[in-house]
Design a protein around this ligand. Structure first.
Ligand code: 5GP
Ligand code: ZN
Length: 123
């Protein structure tokens, strides 16, 4: 169990100090709308425990890592980006990791993006 960090924006959201626009919550995960959306749907999915990166989370807690991925998919279903039967219209999950990928918040989070055509490769 990783301790919450006072200086961490997402830990402060989990603690209720900064209220996010929550779209889905489980015992161990929280999903909320990105403040600067890059697509009609742009939701961030986080573990409530503090882990800085995807690799740190995967090393510490593989079960929670799997739960985070499942939570991202559940958000996509809830947002109408896919149905139970078909991966349409579709969505993207992104985990920016480290400076070259542009990670700015050092509490692991999955971006769930959809609602428009998404170019590939990303810039
Ligand atoms: P990163 O660049 O680390 O992959 O993603 C961090 C994300 O957090 C960015 O998309 C940014 O818009 C979002 N973000 C930064 N500050 C806030 C905030 O105060 N509230 C919300 N909801 N999102 C934030
Ligand atoms: Zn944190």
């Amino acid at each position: 169990m990783s301790e919450p960090r006072n200086e961490c924006l997402f830990c402060r959201m989990v603690a209720g100090e900064i209220p996010p626009d929550v779209v889905r919550e489980t015992d161990r995960t929280l999903a909320f709308r990105d403040i600067n959306p890059q697509a009609p749907t742009h939701v961030l999915v986080i573990p409530k425990e503090h882990h800085a990166t995807l690799g740190a989370l995967a090393g510490a807690d593989p079960e929670l890592t799997a739960e985070l991925v499942a939570a991202a998919h559940a958000v996509a279903v809830q947002e109408g980006l896919v149905t139970a039967d078909a991966p349409e219209p579709g969505y993207r999950v992104v985990a920016n990791t480290g400076p070259q990928a542009g990670q700015t918040v050092h509490h692991v989070h999955l971006h769930v993006l959809g609602g428009r055509g998404l170019g590939w490769p990303p810039g």
